[in-house]
Design a protein around this ligand. Structure first.
Ligand SMILES: [Zn+2]
Length: 323
């Protein structure tokens, strides 16, 4: 058995006790819990049988729940050629930075939540991984990368399992991000790294699976149990404005068909506005108007950022009592 294998850390999402593999399913080792988890298409479905939102049987068919694939060839073509409306030149730098921090360690265990498809810049991290490293990409959706189906509110791994946990554009799509961050904290080793990218001034993009936005301070507080290595803007006010212009157009829609037309029109009309972020991704003023924000931190047992320290860490210019 590989020294660094999934079986060593996999745990019941209900009770966190070890799971036992039995033919094509996993069984909880705790008799009083007695939960079982199927394996569909070679992928363990580690969803709590009592989960309110997702059921294990939702994953019998290998189809995307979250990222809908479009069968209409015209829409497929437009989707392929449409430009991105976010100018993100920060994620790549951040992943290069994270790669530097972890590449000297051996037997890294890395957990990516919402990792069914590659996020921007993640390739830099994947490039430095060695054979003995363990990379687990989880999601509530099948995708090219999905290793395990699980819900970020109930992460199916033992305490202190990982050296790095990533939630890139995930926390806006969960019902209770604070609970998810607690779970990330639980399964992260002391000294391990946590990295999150979360939207701030960005319109609804996940349909019904889109719940929350955070200011820089609000985002930092969610990670108050972690010592900050770096935090800042992922995409600035120009990306926010591009999104706003596009969604201003789509707001005129009263039907799905008109929405589609206005959405593509908006993308092709306004995508160029994002390039102002070549400048605005570096300005201090951007923190209060950014499209997305990131936090990179380290787990340090006993560390807690006080709320006074939190407010002192505000770096924008919008003071409530101007002197
Ligand atoms: Zn259990």
């Amino acid at each position: 058995m590989n020294f660094n294998s999934l079986e060593q850390i996999i745990a019941c999402p209900c009770c966190k006790k070890p799971l036992l593999k039995n033919n094509e399913e996993y069984l909880c080792s705790d008799d009083s819990c007695d939960s079982s988890y199927p394996v569909y298409h070679g992928i363990p479905i580690l969803i709590n049988p009592h989960n309110d939102l997702f059921e294990q049987k939702d994953f019998e068919q290998k189809e995307d729940i979250f990222f809908k694939t479009y069968k209409n060839p015209v829409i497929g073509f437009l989707k392929r050629i449409q430009p991105d409306i976010t100018f993100n030149n920060i994620s790549e730098k951040n992943y290069l930075n994270i790669s530097e921090l972890i590449k000297k360690n051996s037997n890294n265990r890395i957990l990516i939540l919402g990792g069914s498809v590659d996020g921007v810049g993640i390739k830099h991290l994947k490039n430095i991984l060695k054979d003995e490293d363990l990379l687990i990409e989880t999601d509530v959706s099948y995708g090219p990368n999905t290793t395990i189906i699980c819900d970020a509110h109930e992460i199916p791994f033992a305490d202190n399992s990982f050296d790095l946990i990533i939630a890139q554009a995930v926390l806006e799509h969960v019902l209770d991000p604070f609970k998810c961050v607690n779970e990330m904290n639980r399964v992260l080793k002391n000294g391990g790294l946590i990295y999150a990218e979360t939207p701030f001034m960005q319109q609804v993009h996940g349909g019904k699976y889109d719940f929350l936005r955070f200011t820089d301070i609000g985002h930092r507080r969610m990670f108050r149990n972690f010592r900050e290595i770096q935090r800042g803007v992922i995409a600035g006010a120009a990306s926010s404005l591009t999104w706003s212009l596009k969604y201003f157009l789509t707001s005129f829609a009263n039907s799905k068909k008109v929405d589609r037309i206005l959405s593509y029109t908006g993308t092709f009309l306004f995508f160029w506005v994002k390039y102002f972020d070549i400048i605005l991704n570096k300005t201090k003023g951007s923190i209060d108007a950014a499209s997305g924000l990131y936090f990179l931190g380290r787990k340090e047992d006993g560390y807690l950022l006080s709320d006074k320290e939190l407010l002192n860490s505000y770096s924008g210019f919008r003071y409530s009592s101007e002197k």
